[in-house]
Design a protein around this ligand. Structure first.
Ligand SMILES: *Cc1c(COP(=O)(O)O)cnc(C)c1O
Length: 358
C-alpha cells in the first residue's frame, strides 16, 4: 500500500508532560473529534447560517448567554477586535483595566484600530464602578468604549465582584456609552459565581467568549450581542478574513465540546483548589496569589521566573512566565486528580534547585 505522510506521524502523541502552560492544553473528548468528522462528511454550506450545525450552535449559545445573536469566529482576539470596530468605528477611547488582555497581549491587533487606551484604576484587577463613573464624566465628548474582562487573566484569573457589572452597565447606559465584556474565560467565572451564563453577560452590549480554552473545542470563539450588531460583526469577520467556509465541522466540534461543560469546569475548579492548597501547605501563603478560578500565579524571587519554568519543564510540568517574578499554572480538563501529587513534587524539585547566580 502507498505510504501516506501521516503514517510516519503516529497519532495520538504520547503526552509525558503535565502541560499547564495554558488552558488551551486540555484534553479533547473523542466525541468532539467524532462530531467534527461526521459534520465534515455532510454537504458543505456556503453562506452564513446555511449550515445546520452553525445554526444549532449559534441559536443554542444565544439562548444560554441571554443575547439575541451569536457569531462564531476563529479566535477570541478576533471577537475583541470586531467589537472595537463595531463600537468605535472612527477610533476613540478604550477604557479598561491596565492589565486587560486587549491592551497587553493583543496590543499589536489593537494598535490597528486607531484607538487610544485609557487605564481605569482597579481593585483586584477589575475596574471599579467609581473609576468608570469618573472616566465617563471626564470624557463626555469623545467616542468611548468601556471594557471589562472576566475572569481577569493577568490578575490571576480573578472574578469580577458581584454587582459591579450591573452598576457599570447602568453608568454606561446613562452616559450613552457602549460596554464590552472580554469573557474569554466567562465559563470559569460563571462556575466560580455559581450563576448561569445569561447572568454573566447581563448589561453588556457585546461579549466575546472563547470556545477553545475551558470548553475544550479544538478552535473558535464567539461574539454575542444584539441581532443588528452581530450582522454588522459578520461583515467585519469577512473583512478580517475570518469567514470559515465551510463552517460545519468547526461548529459541530464546539457543539460536542459544550456538552456537560459546567460539571467539567466545576471539576477543574476543584482540582485548582486542591493544587493551590497543596502549594500553600508546602511553601506558605505568600507563595501564590489568591486563587479564584482555574489559574494559579506563583510568586518567585525577582528574576527567577524563567529559570523556575525551565526547571519545572525538566520535572515534566509545563508552565509559563507572566513577569520576571510570576509563573502561571493553568488547570484544565487534561489534569486529573492523580496529577496533583506529581505537580507538587515537580514544584518542590524546581524550588529546591541550586540558586542561579545573577
Ligand atoms: C486567550 C484570551 C484571549 C484571546 O483568545 P484567542 O482565541 O487566543 O485569540 C482574549 N482575552 C483573554 C482574557 C484571553 O485569555
Amino acid at each position: 500500500m502507498e505510504t501516506r505522510w501521516w503514517d510516519s506521524h503516529p497519532v495520538p502523541r504520547t503526552q509525558t508532560m503535565i502541560d499547564l502552560r495554558s488552558d488551551l492544553m486540555g484534553s479533547r473528548p473523542a466525541a468532539v473529534a467524532a462530531a467534527m468528522t461526521l459534520a465534515a462528511l455532510q454537504p458543505p454550506a456556503m453562506t452564513r447560517m446555511e449550515d445546520p450545525y452553525e445554526r444549532r450552535l449559534s441559536e443554542g449559545l444565544a439562548d444560554e448567554l441571554g443575547v439575541e445573536a451569536v457569531l462564531l469566529v476563529p479566535s477570541c482576539t478576533m471577537a475583541n477586535q470586531i467589537a472595537i470596530r463595531l463600537h468605535l468605528p472612527g477610533g476613540g477611547l478604550l477604557a479598561s483595566a491596565p492589565l486587560a488582555h486587549v491592551v497587553t497581549v493583543e496590543a499589536g491587533a489593537t494598535a490597528l484600530t486607531g484607538i487610544t487606551a485609557r487605564a481605569l484604576s482597579t481593585e483586584n484587577g477589575h475596574p471599579a464602578p467609581d473609576a468608570v463613573g469618573c472616566f465617563l464624566r471626564d470624557h463626555p465628548a469623545v467616542p468611548a468604549l468601556v471594557w471589562l474582562e472576566n475572569t481577569q487573566m493577568l490578575a490571576a484569573g480573578s472574578v469580577m465582584p458581584a454587582g459591579w457589572q450591573a452598576d457599570i452597565a447602568t453608568l454606561c447606559r446613562e452616559a450613552g456609552r457602549a460596554l464590552h465584556l472580554d469573557g474569554s474565560r466567562l465559563w470559569n467565572a460563571a462556575v466560580a459565581m455559581k450563576l448561569p451564563m445569561s447572568a454573566m453577560t447581563a448589561g453588556c452590549d457585546t461579549v466575546a467568549v472563547s470556545l477553545n480554552k475551558a470548553i475544550g473545542a479544538p478552535l473558535g470563539a464567539i461574539l454575542a450581542g444584539p441581532g443588528a450588531m452581530i450582522d454588522e460583526a459578520a461583515r467585519w469577520r469577512s473583512a478580517l478574513g475570518g469567514d470559515w467556509r465551510p463552517i460545519g465541522a468547526v461548529a459541530a466540534a464546539a457543539l460536542a465540546a459544550l456538552d456537560g461543560w459546567r460539571d467539567r469546569l466545576e471539576a477543574d475548579a476543584h482540582r485548582t483548589r486542591m493544587l493551590a492548597e497543596g502549594i500553600v501547605e508546602r511553601f506558605g501563603e505568600q507563595a501564590i496569589h489568591p486563587v479564584a478560578s482555574n489559574l494559579i500565579f506563583l510568586n518567585r524571587p525577582a528574576g527567577d521566573a524563567d529559570a523556575f519554568v525551565e526547571a519545572l519543564a525538566g520535572q515534566g510540568v509545563g508552565a509559563i512566565t507572566i513577569t520576571p517574578e510570576i509563573v502561571r499554572l493553568a488547570v484544565h480538563s487534561g489534569v486529573r486528580d492523580r496529577d496533583i501529587a506529581p505537580i507538587l513534587e515537580a514544584l518542590s524539585a524546581a524550588a529546591a534547585r541550586p540558586a542561579v547566580a545573577s
